[in-house]
Design a binder for this molecule. Structure first.
Ligand code: SF4
Length: 351
């Protein structure tokens, strides 16, 4: 396992399987247990928020990437409609088909980590493929699969390839997902990766899970990520518009300056519902899944529900866009992409 250096001011990292300095991760169980061992308490859940220990990120980015400039310009005009990218992993044809289905109504796709498909095209190569197909790529970068040198190489490649946003996450442990045979790295964590990405000229987004312990300190953790350089926050599924509004209000009280993109669950059939249920610490609005799946036309019900919830999210102060979140049943990636485009299209008509 990779060491983290002897000078860490807290020793929580030594008992964290991901060796995090700025924990906890988003995989803490609702009872405070560790993501990979339900019998062990998370090393961070009972301690104060670990403050960012390096100089705060400069307010003006030196040498901003072209992609980041494009997103900043878009954000100055209107809310963004982002969608989790449903293309099959390591399949360039599926990628092209999905982009073709979504281009226009969807402003950008978030292409990141996936539990059922840990092996993906390299992040910078994915960014280039998506950009070449004429879609703005937001690319997830995790600390599980690459050490800091490899991450620095990816960040350089992502700037060159046109990534609009780099979404910095610690990542699930290899004990979860499709490749438990792989060695986990975790040389850095999400907050440290944020600083690297910002220094490389990227517009950086991070994720927070308001309903995941420690619930009363998730906003404070976001604040520390902002000091490291994060400017956007994807708010994980936490039960609807009211919990999102509460979380943003807490963050603002602490001085948060982020723009927020809440996740909006997209459920169109049993397959997409199954995939959504694999998300860690998922909390949906009460009855959301059930009402869609029991409808006479689940696809139509799912589209209408996503549009309605997106509109509610966009009313909240600080929300600068939404992320249509979820994934397709195997073999239904293109149909899922078409439905995402339909949601985005209806949403923009309403706006
Ligand atoms: S839940 Fe996450 S942050 Fe907490 S100890 Fe486990 S791996 Fe580390």
């Amino acid at each position: 396992m990779v060491g983290r250096g002897a000078s860490l001011p807290v020793d929580s990292s030594s008992s964290c399987p991901k060796h995090m300095t700025y924990g906890p991760c988003g995989g803490v169980g609702f009872d405070g247990s560790c993501e990979i061992d339900a019998a062990t308490r998370c090393a961070f859940v009972d301690i104060d928020t670990v403050g960012w220990r390096r100089p705060p990120a400069p307010t003006v980015v030196q040498s901003p990437s072209a992609g980041s400039e494009r997103v900043r310009a878009l954000l100055g005009e209107r809310p963004l409609v982002v969608a989790d990218f449903p293309a099959r992993a390591v399949d360039a044809r599926s990628l092209e088909e999905c982009v073709a289905a979504m281009a226009g109504p969807v402003d950008a796709v978030l292409s990141g980590d996936a539990g059922p498909a840990r092996v993906q095209f390299a992040p910078s190569y994915r960014a280039r493929l998506i950009a070449d197909a004429d879609m703005l790529p937001f690319i997830g970068l995790n600390c599980r699969d690459r050490n800091r040198v490899a991450l620095e190489g990816e960040l350089a490649g992502l700037a060159h390839a046109g990534a609009g946003v780099v979404h910095c996450i610690t990542g699930d442990h290899t004990h979860t997902g499709s490749r438990p045979d792989a060695m986990p790295v975790f040389d850095l964590d999400a907050t440290e990766l944020t600083a690297l990405a910002r220094a490389a000229g990227h517009l950086v987004s991070v994720a927070e899970s308001p309903t995941t312990p420690p619930v009363d300190r998730r906003a404070a953790r976001l604040r520390e990520k902002e000091k490291a350089g994060a400017e956007l926050c994807f708010v994980n599924h936490c039960g609807g518009a009211e919990p999102v509004a509460r979380f943003i209000a807490q963050a603002r009280m602490l001085g948060s300056t982020s723009g927020f993109l809440p996740c909006v669950p997209v459920v169109l059939d049993e397959g997409s519902a199954h995939l959504l249920r694999t998300f860690t610490t998922l909390v949906l609005p009460p009855g959301y899944l059930e009402s869609i799946l029991s409808a006479a036309d689940p696809r139509e019900a799912g589209i209408a529900a996503a549009v309605s919830l997106s509109l509610a999210m966009l009313q909240i102060e600080g929300v600068v866009g939404v992320d249509l979140s979820g994934g397709a049943a195997p073999g239904r990636e293109t149909e899922h992409a078409q439905s995402l485009a339909e949601i985005a299209h209806r949403l923009k008509e309403e706006l």
